[in-house]
Design a protein around this ligand. Structure first.
Ligand code: 5HY
Length: 242
């Protein structure tokens, strides 16, 4: 099977990291390719960034459909464009926040999210509510490290580990959900340091999509997520008309 992991921001180094983490868990018969749009924000840290990441994300989904891709991961913790992507794709589309929160709910009573900037915390709470995870989500904590500084700040790992320790204590959490695709490579090291389950949504979503495809399950073509009605778009988004 072919899975496409879409990093909605435009930073190639992050896409490469995401691809490595997804490939590390995918099964032997699964071809994983990570891609990112050529247009859009280099990182997604605001509602504005998120909104303007969606056209590029959807273009990657549309190209994946032409290439016969079997399923998709949206590799950004805001799960941007998830519903629209589901309308375009034949196969399953799973967001990393969605997959990570569900995985955490199988491991204990309460999880805490540890994310980058505090301004994105509201989005994490919104997603927990959307996914029916409010009863499991005990807290959302920010490290105040900008997404692209996860790789350049020498103290990033230490700061994140401390935030995870605090989250476990303050929220009486059983596990930690990492709130950024850019933290995916730190997952196992953090888990060993804090002696608690730490869930990286890139890996969780990759295996969720792989399992759904292996079960022969595709996105429902009925109702809400059916292919959108065709119409001509105008102006800058003209090419997005179906
Ligand atoms: C992400 N932003 O996973 C989110 C994390 C965040 O560019 N990739 C991004 O802070 O919301």
């Amino acid at each position: 099977m072919r899975l496409r992991v879409v990093n909605p921001n435009t930073t190639a180094a992050m896409t490469a990291k995401i691809e490595q983490c997804a490939r590390a868990v995918a099964g032997p018969g699964t071809l994983v390719e990570a891609v990112h749009p050529e247009m859009g924000p280099p990182s997604i840290e605001s509602h504005y960034d998120e909104a303007l990441s969606v056209p590029g994300l959807l273009a990657e989904i549309a190209w994946g459909e032409e290439a016969g891709v079997d399923g998709y991961v949206i590799a950004c913790f805001g799960d941007p464009g998830l519903d629209a992507a589901r309308e375009l794709a034949r196969g399953p589309v799973v967001g990393i926040a969605e997959a990570a929160m569900h995985a955490a709910s199988f491991l204990g009573r309460r999880f805490a999210v540890v994310t980058t900037l505090g301004r994105t915390s509201g989005r994490a709470w919104d997603l927990a509510e959307r996914y029916g995870m409010q009863r499991f989500c005990a807290g959302v904590h920010a490290c105040e490290i900008p997404v692209l500084e996860l790789d350049t700040n020498p103290d990033a790992r230490k700061i994140i580990i401390e935030a995870c320790r605090e989250a476990l204590a303050v929220d009486d959490a059983d596990s930690i959900v990492l709130g950024c695709a850019g933290m995916a490579d730190l997952c196992r090291a953090i888990s060993a340091e804090i002696d608690a389950p730490v869930i990286d949504g890139v890996a969780a979503a990759t295996l969720t999509v792989e399992s759904l495809v292996r079960l022969g399950l595709r996105k429902s073509g009925r109702g809400e997520f059916a292919t959108p009605p065709p119409k001509a778009y105008r102006g800058f988004l003209r090419e997005f008309g179906l």
